[in-house]
Design a protein around this ligand. Sequence first.
Ligand code: GRF
Length: 226
Amino acid sequence: MAARIAVLASGRGSNLQAIIDAISSGELPAEVVGVFSDKPAATALARVAPGLRWSADARAYPSREAFDADLADAVAACQPDWVVCAGYMRILGDAFVNRFRGRLLNIHPSLLPHYPGLRTHARAIADGRREHGASVHFVIPELDAGSVVAQAVVPVLAGDDAETLSARVLAVEHPLLVAVLRLAASGRLAEHGTTIQLDGHPLFTALRLDSAGVLHAPDGPPSVPV
Ligand code: GRF
């Protein structure tokens, strides 16, 4: 049966589109059961049918908790197997995270644990990093601190600015997110406390996406596609 995926997005929704496209092509055995946004004008919402959209202006709520409670009820109502933050730019409070913990994933544009938070590309350039990238991780109450499932690495090139680097990272975010969701949707991925399990075995090191868009376990040669 297709895995039920709820997507949280605040902006353009290119990662959401990558999910939709992968489902259409048969690459991802899943169904998008709802798209949720803190920004009613988010382009992401328009990528799905009206009946799948939920949004509310977070600024109209008296508190983060009040907004999160409405969001959580709406997400729960669509009975998702997985909840994916794909460009969701609002911090999720503990109550939301704990309600969906274990099935809550986020894509973040850096090689975590480097550069949690905002402006990751500019900070990587300012620090003279030679490599940057993206991570998909389980969400825990601490921001961008949950266990990392998989990463994709790109070079930082001479002359890069935040815009050129973010475009290079975005191009690998899409296959990275789809590859991790394939594992999730096929029941191969689980979070137990602070440990990730893949096929029932602990995953001590994040998987890596290769240039062909295939995930590999990086520890111990030969690297095995997963
Ligand atoms: C992505 O870079 C994502 O990692 C970050 O925000 C951006 C959202 O892009 N958190 P999109 O809305 O999926 O196009």
